[in-house]
Write a protein that binds this ligand. Structure first.
Ligand SMILES: Cc1cc2nc3c(=O)[nH]c(=O)nc-3n(C[C@H](O)[C@H](O)[C@H](O)COP(=O)(O)OP(=O)(O)OC[C@H]3O[C@@H](n4cnc5c(N)ncnc54)[C@H](O)[C@@H]3O)c2cc1C
Length: 417
């Protein structure tokens, strides 16, 4: 370790922490980065199923609309360092990128690990002092404005001092990556309020599904509408997966934020599934007639087999109130059409932080200056990344938040050093 006190101590070596540390060191500040795991950037390495959806090319206004609870908090951070800056920056440090459907940007190598290693090399080149296996256990802020950071380094208790402190410890999701919510406690001790945290971008449990034995069965081009106590709270079109406990896949994850909030508010959440949103009831009826005319279908189960994968048939027949072995009659056709257009499921819960891609809630935005990421309560204290009360949909938005808030905090801390 260099001479103390450091200009800046960064707690947490995720994207937000590494960006802030590298940016500040590039501008001449002495920076110590403390990371409790064996290596920094573990979450980035597994993001996007290992491919790392690092940002999205959407213009800023559209981008901000994907962010909860208040995208406008991020406008100054994005104005300084947005998606095009990120792509240029990654190219500069040797990571080429490629754009896919929906404006999603990935490393061209399709390897998030490569991006993580390049980021780390960059931070080390800027002379950030990166210390792994360093778990911060306590933070004190003396009157002279110096932060004392106590940490456990391979079983030995150590203390570092810094003029500025960045908390970038992430949220609570996927705790095996090191994000176990430690930063909320530190923020609270330093006087900050925390908006209640809850899992988001998380699969939803559905009543009765645990008995059905679905094993990740994908449903493509379906529409799901969520209704909480009679009010529509979300609707999405795309891919859904039936799992052993409920629903997962892109649609379920995207709708999970509002469903989790409704369930936490003790509301009853109905999930209306339209299996064939592109077809009207009349078109579906005609399709059934055609199937019946052009084949020797006798029973309901055989007719359903023309419409869906076999493992779905018992479930669908039960939802429609039909016997799979019964002969197809006019009433059965009506019931099939009705159930194809609206099959009602009931959300009974949601999966925990260990399966949630993101944490909703966090450090209260009103207590943080959005132009600098500095605390409005404690001079020299900064926040960046998922620890803040910002979260977004899938599509590369969450990583951009970590990159941008890290960059802004790093720039401002260096200016303050
Ligand atoms: C499975 C999965 C896939 C994802 N895929 C995508 C994607 O493709 N695109 C996208 O935009 N977003 C994705 N996300 C979300 C995105 O990865 C995160 O929002 C982002 O990485 C958060 O960065 P961060 O730096 O704020 O926090 P983190 O990455 O959580 O980093 C926090 C760091 O702080 C360290 N730390 C915590 N406590 C202490 C302590 N006491 N002392 C020292 N160090 C500590 C942790 O070990 C960790 O390294 C995904 C998330 C998951 C879980």
């Amino acid at each position: 370790m260099k001479l103390q006190p450091f200009d800046i101590i960064v707690v947490g070596g995720g994207v937000a922490g590494v960006m802030a540390a590298g940016r500040a060191a590039e501008q001449g500040a002495s920076v110590l980065l403390l990371e409790k795991m064996e290596k920094p950037l573990r979450k980035l390495r597994i993001s996007g199923k290992g491919r790392g959806n690092i940002t999205n090319t959407k213009p800023i206004d559209e981008f901000l609309q994907k962010i909860y609870p208040d995208g406008s908090f991020l406008r100054p951070a994005f104005s300084l360092f947005f998606n095009t800056h990120l792509v240029q920056f990654l190219n500069k440090i040797g990571v080429r990128t490629t754009e896919e459907r929906g404006g999603r940007v990935f490393p061209a190598s399709q390897d998030a690990w490569e991006a993580a290693e390049a980021l780390l090399r960059w931070a080390r080149r800027t002379e950030v002092d990166v210390l792994c296996y360093a778990r911060v256990t306590g933070i004190a802020h003396a009157d002279e404005g110096i932060f004392s950071v106590t940490f456990d380094h391979k079983g030995v208790k150590r203390i570092a001092h810094g003029k500025n402190l960045l908390l970038a410890t992430g949220g609570l999701s996927y705790p095996a990556t090191g994000s176990t919510g430690d930063g909320y406690g530190f923020a609270r001790q330093l006087g900050h309020s925390i908006t209640p945290t809850r899992p988001s971008l998380t699969p939803i449990e559905v009543a009765g599904f645990s008995k059905l034995g679905f094993n990740n069965l994908p449903l493509r081009n379906v529409r799901l509408t969520a209704i909480a106590d009679g009010q529509k709270i979300g609707e999405e079109f795309g891919e859904l997966t039936f799992t052993g406990f409920g629903i997962s896949g892109p649609i379920a994850l995207r709708m999970s934020r509002s469903i989790v909030d409704a369930l936490q508010a003790q509301q009853k959440v109905a999930l209306l599934l339209d299996w064939k949103p592109a077809l009207s009831k009349l078109q579906l009826h005609n399709r059934l007639e055609r199937e019946l005319q052009h084949s020797d279908i006798q029973d309901t189960g055989a007719l359903l087999r023309k419409l869906m994968p076999a493992p779905l048939i018992p479930f669908f027949a039960e939802q429609a109130g039909l016997q799979a072995r019964a002969k197809v009659c006019e009433n059965a056709k009506e019931k099939i059409v009705e159930t194809l257009k609206c099959c009602t499921l009931h959300a009974s819960g949601y999966r925990p932080f260990s399966e949630a891609i993101i944490t909703a809630g966090g450090v209260l935005l009103e207590e943080v200056d959005k132009n600098t990421m500095q605390s409005k309560l404690v001079r020299g204290l900064y926040f960046a990344g998922e620890l803040l009360d910002v979260d977004a949909n899938t599509g590369g938005y969450n990583l951009q938040i970590a990159f941008s808030t890290g960059w802004l905090a790093g720039s401002k801390m260096a200016a303050n050093a």
